[in-house]
Ligand binder design. Structure first.
Ligand code: NAG
Ligand code: NAG
Length: 528
């Protein structure tokens, strides 16, 4: 299209020359004026070409960025998109960045290209603005759970390891703005401050200092630090002495300060989200890998051990399994290397097309809806789908000595960015009388297989016991949910910590009471 425009420009120039020649015959007096017109035309064409070059260079850079990004991401798409910063940057490309790009294409009437793109977009393959906001929300949740330092996140560092490219001042501003929209002034303050810190290193940033300062002033005031807010308002006035909002704020802050005698530093306090009880705090601590004071002093005087076991099963005589005891009462153990690479690959393959798309909470409308980023997806695989499902079931029978005929199908779950499962019990409580039929009874035990090593986060934790299990590919956690009396063991309350970075695949099997009568003997002692 550049070529077409150029042809037209050249044609115009030729016509002009013909006109000049015509005038040459009628009046030499106008010759000079005509030659000047020619000169100015040449300049216009050159300017036009220059502008086009800039535009094309921008487009070329965008195309190259897209190409390189998709290449890197496709090489390992799951773990790539499992990084919250990568996910955010990817979504940004098709939302806020896209507006600029489509503008560049529109300028040149590249409607075919645009129409093509809109078609892909309408098919729902590409992230939307709600996904971008979801990514911002997920990142802030992770920031809280894992106590992440804002400037480290902005540098692409999660838990001390650089795992992605960094964020720009504008990205930090976007997070701050998102938090501000949610009236979350704690995060507004953190992210606006980070935007401000980054701005001096980015001369071409689309965001300016005074806009950031404006939000920062407000958030600082809202978080209770009036003195600091006043300093920020003054800083705005240094840049723009006429700034109406800054002048207003300054007056307001000054009158506020006269009334109270507030100290300079006040903590930027994280707001409580919903019920933040002791259990929730312990859950988050364990997720971070910290230890907690258990609620009751456990009988942890026994040594925690590792051993090879066969459980007298002929199938295991040649290949005994490795057991690590994680907790004694209730007993929680880890079986190591119980699933093979081939088995795990097969299970993921079987599950992938069948995974149910999870709904997510839309932070804007408050409704549950689908989003391109996912928290978790899962599916139950029955034994008849493939021999591998039966092989895994048989292995559990060999190891535990329990009856598998009343067990549920193999549940496979895939957790994405920020994917988590807050504290819960696996067994049905007394009031949930219709949860399971009498023919199978309650969920007596849980086997949870890990099918990936998770880069960061994603532990299974037991907040009442202080036990944390970090995913290890090919290993499985096992515990009984019921006491021998059949009563639910409330100490087994557990949770899946949010995935901080990487992909998390697990599969689990719930074993039921019926069929175990001779294998795990009952007791009338409710505590046993
Ligand atoms: C965050 O990390 C930066 C750089 O590592 C450090 O200078 C800063 O003090 C940290 N902030 C907090 C609140 O720990
Ligand atoms: C904040 O809210 C405004 C107004 O509703 C909206 O236009 C903007 O996209 C929101 N920004 C973010 C980052 O969520």
């Amino acid at each position: 299209m550049t070529a077409a425009m150029l042809t037209l420009a050249v044609a115009l120039a030729v016509i002009n020359i013909i006109r000049i020649q015509a005038e040459v015959y009628s009046s030499f007096a106008h010759l000079e004026r005509s030659l000047q017109a020619e000169q100015s035309l040449a300049k216009d064409i050159k300017d036009y070409i220059k502008q086009e070059k800039v535009r094309l260079e921008k487009l070329e850079r965008a195309a190259e960025e897209y190409e390189q990004h998709s290449k890197a991401a496709l090489a390992n798409s799951e773990s790539f998109m499992g990084n919250p910063i990568n996910a955010y940057l990817f979504m940004k490309r098709f939302t806020t960045d896209w507006a600029d790009l489509s503008h560049l294409l529109q300028e040149d009437h590249s409607y075919d290209l645009l129409a093509n793109f809109e078609e892909i977009r309408n098919k729902g393959f590409l992230p939307q603005l709600v996904d971008l906001q979801g990514a911002a929300a997920a990142l802030m949740r992770l920031q809280d759970t894992y106590n992440l330092n804002t400037s480290e996140i902005a540098s692409g560092i999660l838990q001390g390891v650089k795992r992605s490219p960094g964020l720009s001042a504008f990205d930090c501003f976007y997070f701050g703005k998102y938090a501000y929209n949610q009236s979350d002034y704690y995060h507004t303050l953190l992210w606006m401050q980070e935007a401000l810190n980054r701005l001096p290193f980015e001369p071409d940033s689309p965001i300016d200092r005074i806009t950031i300062l404006d939000y920062l002033t407000f958030a600082t005031f809202k978080q209770g630090n009036v003195r600091h807010a006043l300093l920020l308002a003054n800083e705005m006035l240094q840049i723009d002495p006429e700034n109406e909002r800054a002048l207003q704020n300054k007056r307001y802050f000054l009158s506020n300060l006269e009334e109270s005698d507030q100290p300079m530093t006040i903590e930027n306090k994280r707001p409580h989200r919903g019920v933040r009880d002791e259990e929730y705090e312990n859950y988050e601590k364990l997720c971070r890998g910290d230890s907690i004071k258990p609620f009751k002093t456990p009988k942890r005087t026994h040594k925690l051990t590792c051993s090879y076991e066969t459980n007298k099963s002929p199938n295991l005589l040649l290949r005994p399994f490795k057991v690590e005891v994680l907790y004694h009462s209730p007993k929680i153990v880890m079986w190591h290397d119980v699933l093979s690479e081939v088995e795990m690959k097969k299970v993921k393959e079987l599950a992938t097309p069948r995974l149910n798309r999870a709904t997510v909470h839309n932070p804007v409308t408050g409704k549950l809806e689908f989003a391109e980023y996912r928290v978790s997806k899962s599916v139950f695989l029955d034994s008849d789908i493939d021999p591998v499902v039966e092989v895994i079931s048989q292995r559990i029978a060999d190891i535990t000595g329990l009856d598998m005929s009343t067990a549920e199908g193999l549940q496979v779950a895939n957790y994405g960015m920020g994917g988590q499962y807050e504290p819960h019990f696996d067994f049905a409580r007394r009031r949930e009388t219709h949860a399971f039929s009498d023919a199978i009874g309650n969920r007596i035990a849980t086997v949870l297989f890990y099918m990936t090593d998770v880069e960061a986060g994603g532990a299974t934790v037991f907040p009442k016991l202080g036990v944390k299990v970090f995913p290890k590919k090919g290993s499985a956690a096992f515990w009984y949910n019921l006491r021998r009396s059949g009563i639910g063991d409330y100490r087994t309350r557990h949770a899946a910590c949010p995935v901080l970075s990487g992909a998390k695949w697990v599969c689990n099997k719930w074993l039921h009471e019926r069929g175990q009568e001779l294998r795990r003997t009952c007791s009338t002692n409710p505590k046993e």
